[in-house]
Design a protein around this ligand. Structure first.
Ligand SMILES: NC(=O)c1ccc[n+]([C@@H]2O[C@H](COP(=O)([O-])OP(=O)(O)OC[C@H]3O[C@@H](n4cnc5c(N)ncnc54)[C@H](O)[C@@H]3O)[C@@H](O)[C@H]2O)c1
Length: 314
């Protein structure tokens, strides 16, 4: 049984809270948010749970073994650093931090604290994304010719995540919020990304996030990587992660739809029913009990942040 404390009870904090509650080997023992009503309403649903307004108090609660950090990106560094200083295990939302400097500090501090440090990069535990990686590794598309990430959001922020920070330039935008998932997948499946040049379309209001990006980069062998994103237009939301190869195409669309085809054939939906996916919570429990586990640690968070900041800050 692991005893979890959650800092941040917003959109994703609530989503993971429900998954923790459904897991037999997890007990949520403490919750924290700076908004009082969120804490009291969530506590009323949970029953016996420590309630805090300040993250330092939740971290100091002796019942808490692992802290799940689900606050906006700018606050990750502060909260996670305090968790590490208390030498408790930590699960942090992506992106790891709000700059490369913060991310490297967290990675170093996590190694020194000698605790389990994990990121919530859910694609790694999703069947469609796992099948995508398996087929690439099985040479389904032949030799990779081009990798393309398309991010189209008629509305940004999306209706389910209407908070001020995600619309802001400092710690929001779809490149940060969505792009980082696919940066991490690219690093995992295809290796390092170099030679990045990016052009952002930015609103005149300096506080508002990008409305477009066109970026090009390369994998280490020179294979081109194209990143194209646009928001605020008439149309349908679409997120595509597409690998074009000498023998075929494979595309992970809208997070969970997999399509592929060999050259000369039509694109087809590819089934991933037989994929055995792991579960983040099971893997965290294994890691904490000293077993081999599939977790994506702060090194992965830091390396993804390095690429993310090159795209965001150019
Ligand atoms: N892994 C994923 O698929 C995924 C999906 C969505 C969001 N996220 C990430 O999760 C994080 C949170 O996103 P969200 O959409 O839930 O944001 P949100 O704004 O809905 O929720 C954040 C919560 O943190 C609270 N908070 C802020 N500062 C705090 C502080 N100092 N102490 C205590 N509470 C504080 C806010 O009051 C709010 O309730 C972000 O880093 C985001 O990038 C990850």
């Amino acid at each position: 049984m692991i005893h979890i404390g959650i800092v941040g009870l917003g959109a994703i904090g609530q989503r993971l809270l429900n998954r923790f509650m459904d897991h037999l080997e997890v007990q949520v023992v403490a919750i924290c948010d700076q908004i009082d009503s969120l804490v009291t309403e969530t506590a009323a649903e949970l029953g016996n749970v420590g309630t805090y307004k300040k993250h330092q108090e939740l971290i100091a609660d002796p019942k808490v073994e692992l802290v799940y950090v689900a606050v906006p990106p700018k606050i990750h560094h502060q909260v996670v650093m305090d968790v590490l200083q208390a030498k408790k295990h930590v699960l942090c939302e992506k992106p790891l931090a709000n700059s490369v400097e913060e991310a490297v500090e967290l990675w170093k501090a996590a190694k020194e604290a000698n605790v389990i440090h994990a990121m919530n990069f859910p694609l790694n535990y999703d069947e469609a994304a796992i099948k995508f990686a398996e087929l690439i590794n099985q040479n389904y598309i032949g030799k990779l010719r081009r990798l393309q990430l398309t991010m189209h959001f008629p509305e940004w922020p999306r209706p389910w995540q209407r908070n001020a920070w995600v619309a802001g330039r400092e710690q929001g935008g779809f490149v940060l919020e969505v792009g980082v998932h696919f940066i991490q997948q690219t690093l995992k499946i295809f290796g390092d990304i170099t030679n990045i040049t990016a052009k952002l379309e930015l609103p005149t209001d300096p506080n508002k996030c990008e409305t477009g990006i066109i970026a090009s980069a390369e994998l280490l062998d020179g294979t081109p990587v194209l990143i194209e994103g646009l928001s605020q237009f008439a149309g349908k939301e679409f997120i595509g992660f597409t690998a074009y190869g000498t023998e075929g195409i494979l595309s992970l669309d809208n997070w969970g739809e997999l399509r592929g085809g060999k050259n000369g054939e039509k694109l087809q939906v590819i089934s991933y029913e037989t994929v055995q996916s792991k579960n983040l919570i099971d893997e965290l429990i294994k890691a904490i009990s000293g077993q081999q586990a599939e977790i994506y640690d702060f090194e992965v968070g830091y390396k993804s942040q390095e690429i993310l900041e090159k795209l965001r800050k150019l």
